[in-house]
Design a protein around this ligand. Structure first.
Ligand code: GUN
Length: 280
């Protein structure tokens, strides 16, 4: 039996709490969303985030750029938003079209407005155990793990992914919870043997149904972070035959995705509090 970790239900609770917190504020938190180019997945994610933010009472404005824009133009806009007291969070939807300098754009943000927690200052703070803003995806996966009620101490985790920017904060949070975690790319030799040894398996490779039951330890906690289109349907990186084999599964859709959106809202509220404290 595999217990499904329902991210949608957990997301609803956070959404309600965020709404309550915003209702109690004199001025709403503000979020600027920067969307560059026409990537259809990015447009969909941005829409989901904006709708959820507006529903809790966050003021949202979108700054859309064509893929012909320049890094300098976007950096200038970020500098302008950094100075505004009505915008507390800046979200730059990734990935950016090829010729944009992602590091320069993320680095241009005031770290206290970086609601994705990608800025080097926020990454350093997490490693130094003085977290400021933590990436929503990492918060979401830790919440799903907690929802499994599996005692974490003594367990090991494997993260299969493409991006260290995604894995690094998660490795820190897992380590803090007593779980040593290893990051491995998808094309690692002997991948199946490594994933099969993991008590906690987190997969974010963007490859439909790539992780099959034979690659998973029976009773493992499996968290699927993939979002792929297969015959027009959204599916994860984890194959259907893992259900019935793993102990717990955070599925796609309905797992980490909706929860990550809510932790983004949580970070916007947190960012407002940090900035107000700074201005006092
Ligand atoms: N693209 C895929 N995931 C994310 C995310 O968490 N934040 C941003 N900004 N872009 C993404």
């Amino acid at each position: 039996m595999t217990e499904i970790l329902n991210g949608k239900v957990l997301a609803k609770t956070i959404h309600g709490k965020a709404k309550q917190r915003v209702e109690g504020m004199e001025f709403p938190p503000g979020l600027a969303v920067i969307l560059i180019g026409k990537n259809s997945a990015s447009r969909l994610y941005v829409k989901l985030k904006e709708t959820a933010a507006r529903d809790v009472g966050i003021y949202v404005e979108r700054h859309a750029y064509s893929s012909k824009a320049t890094t300098e133009e976007v950096v200038e806009k970020i500098h302008e938003i950094n100075e505004r007291n009505d915008i507390h969070g800046i979200l730059v939807q990734l990935p950016l079209p090829k010729h944009f300098d992602t590091n320069a754009i993320i680095g241009a943000m005031n770290p206290n407005k970086d609601v994705d927690g990608f800025h080097i200052e926020n990454r350093k703070a997490l490693i130094a155990h003085t977290p400021n803003i933590v990436p929503p995806i990492a918060l979401s996966l830790m919440r799903l793990l907690q929802a499994s009620h599996v005692p974490l101490k003594g367990k090991t985790a494997v993260i299969v992914g493409n991006s260290t920017i995604f894995a690094e904060p998660l490795i820190e949070l897992l380590r803090d919870a007593g779980v040593p975690a290893t990051f491995i790319p998808k094309h690692t030799e002997g991948l199946a043997a490594i994933t099969r040894a993991a008590d906690i398996l987190i997969v974010a490779i963007g490859s439909a149904h790539c992780i099959t039951a034979d690659m998973v330890k029976p009773s493992a906690v499996v968290l699927d972070v993939g979002a792929n289109k297969l015959n027009g349907v959204t599916v994860g990186d984890v194959a259907p035959n893992v259900i019935g084999h793993a102990g717990f599964l955070s599925p796609v859709p309905g797992g980490a995705g909706p929860l990550t959106v809510e932790y983004l809202l949580f970070n916007v509220i947190k960012a407002k509090e940090i900035q107000e404290r700074e201005r006092e």
